[in-house]
Design a protein. Structure first.
Length: 352
C-alpha cells in the first residue's frame, strides 16, 4: 500500500487530480476504450467523488481512495490545492470533500455560508510538523521555540540571515529557508504555534504547497532549514535530519523532544503536534457513493493513516468521529476559529 509520496504528490499537483476506481481493462468514464468506444461497463456511468485540499492529507485520502476503489465503481479524483485553496473550492461547491491540515477558519466559515455549503468536520489523524535540515549540517541538532520564532517572525527578514545569528557558535554562513506555501494549513499552524500570529512570517523563504518541493530543496542544500508534515519526513528520512524541539516548558516534556509517533500522540512534541482533517458537505452525504466513501474512510482510517506515515487517533476518538459522521453534525468543534495549539481532539469531540 505505501507508495512514494514524491511521485504521488507530483502527479496530483501537476494534473490537479488523481483518479481511482476504474476496473482493470476499462477506460475512465468519458474517455475512449481500446476499441474506440466509450469505456464499457458500469465505469462509464460511475459517479465521481471530488476531493481537494491539503498536500499533508493527500496521502491518506489517496490510500483510502485506492482501497475503496476495490469495492466500488465510483471514481475518486483528488486535487492538491493546499488547505486554503481546497476550502475555496469546497465552499464554492466545486468539490464534495476537502482535506485540511488545520481547522476551518472564520473567513472560510463565511465563504461556506455565502455558498450555502454546510460541512461536517472529521478529524482523521495526528501529525507533527517536522523541522529539518540537511544531513551535512553538523552544527544544529536541536532548536528552541524561541529560536524558531526569532528566525521566522516578519522582522527577521531584515535581521536574521545567517546561522550565526540564530545561535552563538553556529557558523557564519547563510541560512536558506524552505516552508509551506501561504495557502497551506501547515503554514497557518506553524505561524500560529511558532510566531504567535497566524499567517505572519518573514517572506524570503522558498515556499510550496507541494511538500516534496520542500523535501528536495532541503535535501540538496547543506545550509537549508525547512518544515513540513511528519509523513514527508519519514518517507525521506535517509536524506533529511529532523531537529529536536524544546518549547522550554518542562510540563510538556523536559528538554528537546524528538518528533515521533509517541511524542506526537502524547503531545510532548509541543507545540508542533496537531490534528488533521477532512470536511464533507452535508448535502453531499445524500449521495450514496459519498456516504459509502466517507464511512469507509473513517472505518479504515487508523490502518491507512499508519501505512502512509501519520499517527492514528485513539480508538475512542475514531468512535466519536464515526458518530459525528453518522449524525451529520454540522460545524467545527474548534468553533470555526482556525488553528488552536495544544488541544485534545478527543476531549473536543466528547464535549460536542
Amino acid at each position: 500500500m505505501k507508495k512514494s509520496l514524491l511521485l504521488n504528490v507530483r502527479v496530483g499537483a501537476a494534473l490537479g487530480l488523481a483518479m481511482f476506481g476504474c476496473k482493470k481493462g476499462e477506460a475512465p468514464a468519458g474517455e475512449t476504450g481500446p476499441t474506440g468506444a466509450p469505456g464499457s461497463g458500469k465505469t462509464a456511468e460511475a459517479a465521481i467523488i471530488t476531493i481537494d485540499g491539503s498536500s499533508t492529507v493527500f496521502p491518506i485520502s489517496e490510500a483510502v481512495a485506492e482501497e475503496f476503489g476495490k469495492q466500488s465503481d465510483a471514481r475518486v479524483t483528488i486535487g492538491v490545492s493546499g488547505t486554503g485553496g481546497g476550502f475555496k473550492k469546497f465552499c464554492n461547491g466545486e468539490t464534495a470533500i476537502t482535506g485540511a491540515s488545520r481547522p476551518i477558519k472564520p473567513s472560510e466559515v463565511e465563504l461556506c455560508k455565502s455558498g450555502n455549503v454546510e460541512y461536517v468536520e472529521l478529524p482523521i489523524a495526528y501529525d507533527g510538523i517536522s523541522v529539518v535540515v540537511n544531513p551535512k549540517n553538523d552544527w544544529a541538532a536541536h532548536m528552541t521555540v524561541a529560536e524558531l520564532k526569532a528566525l521566522w517572525r516578519p522582522e527577521a527578514q531584515a535581521e536574521v540571515k545567517r546561522w550565526s545569528q540564530v545561535r552563538t557558535g553556529w557558523p557564519d554562513k547563510e541560512i536558506h529557508l524552505f516552508g509551506a506555501g501561504v495557502d497551506s494549513g501547515t503554514y497557518d499552524y506553524f505561524t500560529t504555534a511558532i510566531v504567535g500570529t497566524e499567517h505572519s512570517s518573514r517572506g524570503d523563504f522558498t515556499s510550496s504547497e507541494d511538500d516534496n518541493v520542500l523535501v528536495q530543496g532541503v535535501a540538496m542544500d547543506p545550509l537549508a532549514l525547512g518544515f513540513f508534515g511528519y509523513a514527508y519526513y519519514i518517507e525521506n528520512r535517509a536524506k533529511l535530519k529532523a531537529l529536536t524541539i524544546d518549547d522550554e516548558n518542562d510540563a510538556n516534556g523536559k528538554g528537546p523532544i524528538q518528533v515521533s509517533p509517541e511524542t506526537i500522540n502524547d503531545g510532548t512534541y509541543s507545540p508542533l503536534s496537531r490534528p488533521i482533517f477532512v470536511y464533507v458537505g452535508k448535502s453531499q452525504m445524500a449521495r450514496p457513493e459519498i456516504q459509502a466513501f466517507m464511512k469507509f474512510y473513517i472505518d479504515h482510517a487508523s490502518k491507512l493513516v499508519s501505512e502512509v506515515g501519520y499517527i492514528p487517533l485513539p480508538e475512542r476518538a475514531y468512535a466519536l468521529v464515526s458518530k459525528r459522521l453518522e449524525s451529520r453534525v454540522v460545524g467545527s468543534v474548534f468553533d470555526g476559529a482556525g488553528s488552536r495549539v495544544g488541544v485534545s481532539v478527543e476531549s473536543l469531540l466528547a464535549g460536542q
